[in-house]
Design a protein around this ligand. Structure first.
Ligand code: PEP
Ligand code: MG
Length: 565
């Protein structure tokens, strides 16, 4: 790594995935602008122009196939699908027809042909409509070849690099290869977006929401140090800082499946998973069970309701990874940033406040019934202890209706997520029905602070360090206590080691997080007694601001500095 003589410069953003790494910057090329409507010069040979389109499509197809061969899992499948789209003659032949009939320049012809193809797919709905994104991707790549512009998308470099982009969609993030992309920085994006959640699951340090002025200072090849914990980017880092990054990267911490405070009070440290592969790696990472199985992640790309058999298979895969252990399964949480074409209405004006999550059962009760039936079958086929909960329960009627329904399918332990403020405020009443609750701090924060969880410009509001959010979590725990019901946390707050101690002090019995966060949360938890957690909780809820709460708690936890957290 070649260091520059310039002095170090500190830039900041929102740290959303912890870790300290250094490497060269590679910027994601900007999107391809719409080519002008220009006509081919009369002197040019139309056959040759048509051949250029064919050749460009082949170049794109080969490039994508090459990347697919190097990628793994879901990333590979996505790249293979896009390569097939590039090879599909529908797009090229209709672009060639526009060249011959209207004398459009090839890049414009490809753009228009792609527009027609995308509208046609969109009108078919369902799976076909979802392919419009692939059409746009292939279009941009072919136009880039035709106009000799940088290829859009993730750069492909032989050496590991730090990706710098304006924004990354969750689908782009899922494709990142952690051996190539060692961290990413984006000028947009919020702290609890699914892109941030995926970065944490990949164990990839990430900083989002830096604003364009920061990203504009980072150029291809610049060496930067990324501190995903603090949200700090150091341009031209000195030798000492680089040595420390290397040292921290070489320390491997493990979790032995024995979450507890220093004085031996058990704190269940569980994993958030979305499929069987994730469940298996969480079990290997020592997770004491699953605190949140996001079932909708199994079906995000499906146009129709999955059959009961398909659901049994998907759920059994996850349950089988945790024999004898607790697996908290959440019924489909569709809507807002996680639409399911068969369950949510894409035209709603305010999807975050709409018919989403458990509310979809008002319109499609059968989908919930089928899911509970499949889950009961999967439970019978494995040794896991299934706890089932519904997302976004808002009232006592809903808590009663859901838990009654779940028990009617033989699912004995039935509970709810607390992510709507009304559920926290009314917890004492809701726990007359719910056997347990898990607090979804991502949505609870969004609804308490009235701040879209995807917006980086509101990131200061979108944090569970907000004392208002912490007071509601306390209220939820206080409502559960007389009924002897356990409350867990499965939002991103559980993965923040300092905040985790506060949550335990508020009365939370289990913390569920990306499996990669388990060792850090465990190490910090084992450094404090339960009484100290209660003291930290008091400090946090008595603070006037989120920043004060965070600073007061961190100041009492010197271990964070030692561990580089
Ligand atoms: C939450 O809202 O905190 C939660 C765990 O659910 P999701 O992030 O899937 O909305
Ligand atoms: Mg939620």
């Amino acid at each position: 790594m070649a260091l520059s003589d310039a002095s170090p410069t500190s830039l900041s953003g929102i740290g959303v995935s912890p870790g300290l790494v250094a490497g060269p910057v590679a910027r994601m090329a900007p999107g391809i602008p719409e080519p002008e409507l220009a006509l081919i010069d009369a002197s040019r040979d139309l056959d040759k122009e048509c051949e250029r389109i064919e050749a460009a499509a082949q170049t794109v197809k080969k490039g994508l196939e090459l990347s697919a061969a190097q990628a793994k899992g879901e990333g590979r499948t996505l790249l293979e699908t896009t390569a097939q789209m590039a090879a599909d003659p529908t797009l090229t032949s209709s672009a060639q027809a526009m060249v011959r009939e209207r004398r459009l320049v090839p890049e414009r012809a490809v753009w228009e042909a792609a527009g027609t193809l995308a509208s046609m797919l969109a009108s078919l709905g369902g799976y076909m409509a979802e392919r419009t994104r692939d059409v746009a991707d292939v279009r941009d790549r072919i136009v880039a070849v035709l106009t000799d512009s940088p290829m859009p998308g993730i750069p492909m470099l032989p050496e590991p690099f730090i990706l710098v982009a304006e924004d990354l969609a969750p689908a782009d993030t899922a494709l990142l290869d952690p051996e190539k992309v060692i961290a990413f920085i984006t000028s947009e994006g919020g702290p609890t977006s699914h892109t941030a959640i995926l970065a944490r699951a990949l164990g990839m340090p990430a900083i989002v929401g830096t604003g364009a002025e920061v990203v504009d200072q980072l150029h291809d090849g610049d060496i930067v140090l990324v501190d995903g914990t603090k949200g700090v980017i150091t341009l031209n880092p000195d030798e000492g800082a680089l040595r420390r990054a290397k040292e921290l990267a070489s320390r491997v911490r493990v979790f032995n499946g024995d979450g507890a405070t220093k004085d031996g009070r058990e704190v269940q440290l569980l994993a958030n998973v979305g499929d069987a592969a994730g469940a298996r790696s969480a079990a290997e990472a020592g997770a004491m069970g699953v605190g949140l199985f996001r079932t909708e992640f199994c079906f995000l790309d499906q146009p129709d309701e999955p059959t009961i058999e398909a659901q049994v298979e998907a759920y059994t895969g996850v349950l089988a990874a945790f024999p004898g252990k607790k697996v908290v399964v959440r019924t489909l949480d569709a809507g807002a940033d996680k639409p399911l074409p068969f369950l949510t209405d894409a035209t709603e004006a305010n999807p975050a406040l709409g018919v989403r999550a458990y509310r979809t059962a008002r319109r499609d009760p059968d989908v919930l019934e089928h899911q509970l039936e499949a889950l009961a079958k999967a439970e019978a086929a494995t040794d896991a202890k299934v706890w089932v909960m519904a997302p976004m329960i808002s009232t006592a009627e809903e808590a009663k209706a859901f838990t009654d329904k779940a028990r009617s399918y033989g699912l004995k332990t039935a509970g709810m997520m607390i992510e709507v403020p009304s559920a926290a405020l009314m917890a004492d009443k809701l726990f007359e029905y719910a056997d347990f609750a898990s607090v979804g701090t991502n949505d609870l924060t969004q609804y308490v602070m009235a701040a879209d969880r995807l917006l980086s410009s509101l990131a200061d509001l979108s944090t569970a360090w907000q004392p208002a959010v912490l007071r509601l979590i306390k209220q939820a725990c206080d409502g559960a206590a007389p009924h002897g019901r356990p409350v867990g946390v499965c939002g991103e707050a559980a993965a923040d080691p300092a905040l985790a101690t506060v949550l335990v002090g508020l009365g939370v019995a289990s913390l569920s997080m990306t499996a990669r966060a388990l060792p850090d949360v465990d190490a910090v938890m084992k450094s404090v007694t339960f009484e100290e957690c209660q003291e930290l909780a008091r400090l946090a809820i008595d603070s006037a601001t989120a920043e004060d709460a965070r600073a007061a708690v961190r100041a009492k936890l010197p271990i964070l500095e030692e561990l580089g957290l």
